[in-house]
Structures are given as structure tokens and as C-alpha cells.
Design a protein around this ligand. Structure first.
Ligand code: RB5
Length: 155
């Protein structure tokens, strides 16, 4: 086989937070480093008050372009950053608060971003959710039919 035509799958994981998710983001980045998971950090880069859309749009754009295979986003409740990335057509971001929800977000919804409520979950819970989200495959089948019906039809 001609080696030049072998497709190398991009495995970089994108991550973004606002100030409220900053410390949990740092712990998740520690987990990435420990496990040799390639990642790109889209900010925020400190815990000074900031606006989650600034980082959310960068993350969503990187996931849509294929620069990042999947994304992790964190704000205080997870809601603001989740709402923002979901404005991008083609992003399916799931607000996750336990491991089973994170697993089903991938298995049933083919979610490409996992949104976490940084102020309401512990570090071990977050790591468990991230690990499961990144390692679960989409099941396809009836779930594919359903996710294909999510986008609004343009006329
Ligand atoms: C910041 O205080 C907080 O409002 C934000 O992180 C997030 O929870 C918004 O949805």
C-alpha cells in the first residue's frame, strides 16, 4: 500500500473554560499530560473574571475544522459555554454531570463537545467523565437517524 495515502486521524482534544472553570481545566490538563493525550488549550489562561463566549467560539471552530477531534468546555454551571458552542452548526455539545451521561452523550448523541459545570462537580468526577467521553464510540444505527434530524433545514 502507498504510505502517502494512509489517513492519519487527528487526535488532539480541545479544551476551554472561563474563570469559573479555570481550576478544573488545569486539573484536566494535568490528566491529559499524565496520559500523553495531545490537547490544545483555548483559554482562559487565569482565573480573572472573563466571558465564556470568547473561548467557547475558538473551541467550537477548532472542533468543526477538524483541528480537534473532540472538545471539553467548562464554566461555572456548564450552561453558558454549552449554549455558546451549540450555536455552531455541526457542534453537538452535551452538558454532562455524571459518567453515564457523558457515556451516552457519545454513544447516543455523537456529542463532539462535553460541557462541564466546574463549580458543581469534583475533580475525580470530572476526570471520570472526560475519560469516558473521550473513549466512547458513537453507536450509530437509530441514533444516527436521530442526530441527522437535529440541524434546522435551510430553505
Ligand atoms: C460566571 O460567574 C458564571 O456565570 C459562568 O461561569 C457560567 O456559569 C455561566 O453559564
Amino acid at each position: 500500500m502507498n504510505e502517502s495515502v494512509i489517513k492519519v486521524e487527528k487526535t488532539t482534544i480541545g479544551i476551554a473554560s472561563d474563570h469559573a472553570g479555570y481550576f478544573l481545566k488545569c486539573r484536566i490538563i494535568d490528566y491529559f499530560r499524565k496520559n500523553n493525550i495531545d490537547f490544545k488549550d483555548f483559554g482562559a489562561y487565569n482565573d480573572e473574571s472573563s466571558d465564556y463566549p470568547e473561548y467557547a467560539h475558538l473551541l467550537a471552530t477548532a472542533v468543526l475544522s477538524g483541528e480537534c477531534r473532540l472538545g471539553i468546555s467548562i464554566c461555572g454551571t456548564g450552561n453558558g459555554i454549552n449554549m455558546t458552542v451549540n450555536k455552531h452548526q455541526g457542534i453537538r455539545s452535551a452538558l454532562c454531570w455524571n459518567e453515564e451521561i457523558a457515556r451516552l452523550a457519545r454513544a447516543h448523541n455523537d456529542a463532539n463537545i462535553c460541557a462541564l459545570p466546574g463549580r458543581y462537580i469534583s475533580e475525580p468526577e470530572a476526570i471520570l467523565m472526560v475519560r469516558t467521553f473521550l473513549s466512547t464510540e458513537f453507536e450509530g444505527g437509530r441514533h444516527l437517524r436521530r442526530i441527522l434530524k437535529i440541524p434546522l433545514k435551510s430553505n
